[in-house]
Write a protein that binds this ligand. Sequence first.
Ligand code: 13P
Length: 246
Amino acid sequence: SGKFFVGGNWKCNGTKDSVSKLVSELNAATLEPDVDVVVAPPFIYIDQVKNSLTDRIELSAQNVWVGKGGAYTGEISAEQLVDIGCKWVILGHSERRNIGENDDFIGKKAAYALSQNVKVIACIGELLEEREAGKTFDVCFRQMKAYADNITNWTDVVIAYEPVWAIGTGKVASPEQAQEVHAAIRDWLKTNVSPDVASSIRIIYGGSVNAGNCADLAKKEDIDGFLVGGASLKGPDFATIINSVT
Ligand code: 13P
């Protein structure tokens, strides 16, 4: 539901030169008009990208501080993202949960970012052992509840379902596996937030999406776009994924 949304999470990759090359590729690409496109460079390159990338593509951070800026060494605040024209932030990514960010902290980050008009790509997803133990829905719903306990207005939120076993492994979820969880998340939102939010929110899939597997995933009813890691570092591949909108 909603406009197809494709995000590129560059993670901790790149140099000034490689970023410049990727920006040139993206500027040269022909992109379907009816798709929201966002890229998330490492903080240190956001300004470079902002100053060289076409306005067709919006900028995202990969993390943000939980509140107003101040004496927080090493952090970047939502106010600073706004200041440099960065409109989005990715939160709850498994690579940050993995180093100690918990559900509640992530929920609070989401609430503060939204309060400053920074839009949120809210990630959730289960580990392989959780899937194998039949706990996929429990984990995803627990992570969703932490967002719902903190978020009051969902207009500027995109949910990214990223099963951890599919991230950076080359083991993409099958379209059926992804659709099953996306439908369950939408259903959870219907019951626990509102039918309106459930039907309008974008639920995007992430985990080993590439130019070859995106089209089949994009056909699924509840898959409203993608959050792409590795393949977003190659301009032509990222363009193919953007253009897989159906
Ligand atoms: P990969 O596409 O490299 O598997 O990464 C997915 C991801 O974590 C996007 O946030």
